[in-house]
Design a protein around this ligand. Structure first.
Ligand SMILES: N[C@@H](CCC(=O)N[C@@H](CS)C(=O)NCC(=O)O)C(=O)O
Length: 220
């Protein structure tokens, strides 16, 4: 079996626990039943030539499968999904639908989510955000209302759980510091349903476990 390695930060502030994008890859690997190791990065490691070979922007996650390497969480999750029927159904039409929803998560929903995350996580309390935040929330709400309409009467984005749900749920989790998702019952129930999966819980425990190990005093 190939040796799989996923890059992740050794340590992040607690607000980011569960949100760092390697969670998407860990979750996919857990669903697929594929063992992996972490390449834990400190801040300085991000700019080394060796790491830039793996991830040109110095970000996490990067993925290694023996000598094969990939970056971009969506591309990595898609690669893993092709190895597992839990994540990717059989049949070209169903696979195309799942891929469509993977793009929708990352290309239609995530930009609006990320815009708000940048304001709230990195510019909180700065005067200019008072004007920038309301239109950002309004634009996001429009997209989430449409997503919620799609999910009415469905448990998952497509006919059953797939890689697309990993991406969509982890994108929506970035909003957990707000009530933007919890005010939409269909969307909230969808997120709860996906996050209750044992594979997600294992991925989360392992990511947080790495962070806690890094912050534990030496000798513990
Ligand atoms: N589009 C990339 C985004 C990756 C990304 O934003 N990673 C963040 C952590 S969640 C990161 O490494 N930030 C540090 C940086 O950009 O220097 C993906 O989905 O993999």
């Amino acid at each position: 079996m190939a040796k799989i390695t996923v890059s992740a930060f050794r340590s992040v502030p607690p607000f980011a626990y569960g949100l760092v994008r390697d969670i998407r890859v860990r979750w996919a690997l857990e669903e697929a039943g594929l063992p992996y190791e972490e390449l834990l990065l400190d801040h300085d490691d991000q700019s080394t030539a060796a790491y830039r070979q793996l991830q040109p922007f110095g970000q996490v996650p990067a993925y290694k499968e023996d000598d094969f390497t990939l970056f971009e969480s969506g591309a990595i999750v898609h690669h893993i999904a092709q190895k597992s029927e839990v994540l990717m159904p059989k049949g070209s039409a169903a696979q195309a639908r799942v891929l469509t929803w993977m793009f929708a998560a990352l290309n239609t929903i995530e930009p609006y989510v990320q815009q708000l995350a940048i304001l709230d996580f990195f510019h909180d309390g700065e005067a200019w955000t008072e004007h920038a935040r309301p239109p950002a929330v309004e634009a996001l709400n429009v997209k989430l209302a449409d997503l919620s309409t799609h999910l009415e009467g469905r448990d998952y984005l497509d006919e059953r759980f797939s890689a697309a749900d990993i991406l969509m749920t982890t994108v929506l989790q970035i909003l957990r510091h707000t009530d933007i998702v919890s005010r939409l019952p269909v969307l909230d129930a969808y997120c709860q349903r996906c996050l209750a999966r044992p594979a997600y819980q294992r991925a989360l425990d392992r990511q947080i476990g790495n962070f806690r190990e890094a912050s534990a005093p030496a000798g513990f």
